[in-house]
Design a protein around this ligand. Sequence first.
Ligand code: GLU
Length: 374
Amino acid sequence: MRKEWIAARRIVVKIGSSLLVDAINGELHAKWLNTLADDVATLRKEGKDIIVVSSGAIALGRNALKLPKGPLKLEDSQAAAAVGQIDLAHAYEAAFRERGLVAAQVLLTLGDTEQRQRYLNARNTMNTLLKLGAVPVVNENDTVATSEIRYGDNDRLAARVASMMSADCLVLLSDVDGFYTAPPGSRADAHRLDEVREITPEIEAMAGDVGSELSRGGMVTKIEAAKISVSGGTHMVIASGRVLNPLRTLAKTGVATWFLAHADPITARKRWIAGTLEPKGAFTVDAGAAAALASGKSLLPAGVTRVEGKFERGDAVVIRNGEGVEIGRGLTTYGHEEAAAIIGRKSGEIAEILGYFGRAELIHRDDMVLQRKI
Ligand code: GLU
């Protein structure tokens, strides 16, 4: 058993639709769910807090509504979710109750984690549920979430929840038993990685093409989830859910890929910044600024070579190095128009350019999280 697993006090487990719902007849895999509930009950007895993030609402609801096979229109998936979420919640409630556990349904939309006040509210409620001994079962509120305000996939939702709840570990139970250097079977040398200590451009390339529809919901979203998770201080594990008692199996066999979080804890506010799902823009910085950031300095306009996106003061933006690689995130002090006017200039010139005395830095170091190596 890995030390990270033994040490984890709070674990988020993400369960994909295909594990829970039969693709052919749309029925719930009740036996599998029961063995998962057994594992959750065991972990609860060991004193661990467990949060489940479960998909399956749309898959269950489309069957009940006799919707056609294949991709659904947004309004049909929203309707399906309204029907299927009842079955889903009921299934967890029943399986957990049989094992002396109390299930609590939590439905979130993007705004609940992206807006600071709502984020704090959601976190408080979930902390209260855990304190009272319940097991939160989280899903996206698909019925009200239109395309602009959707997480869209439960991998990123789960990572956001894990970092919001300061979880020690996030388990993504998946069709595959880990992260492979290439799609299994596609190349003779494709193999599973046991652990990933840094999410490098090479690792991202292994996940496949971001632009390809096929890779959505696959490894690309899992890597996005891993970035959110590890930068918030939560280890992330991809493990097989295609076995009964998937959590016990993970603990026993260790067959999985671990994305390891940085050892040094970060503040809750920084965790929120690091996990932003929808940054509104990006600053590209020169080598001097990148080095200054790495040594703990704020980002000054002088070191920025490019501004992208439309954002307001206070919005989350990405920081990229000259090669276009993301090196961090932060909350910008200036909107995109002011930022574009002052980049490349000395802080002392800001007042003259903008016509008022603004702050000297584009992103203050207290509002910034860098992707660090372990
Ligand atoms: N929230 C969706 C559902 O419950 C699934 C999204 C996903 O699987 O990533 O059906």
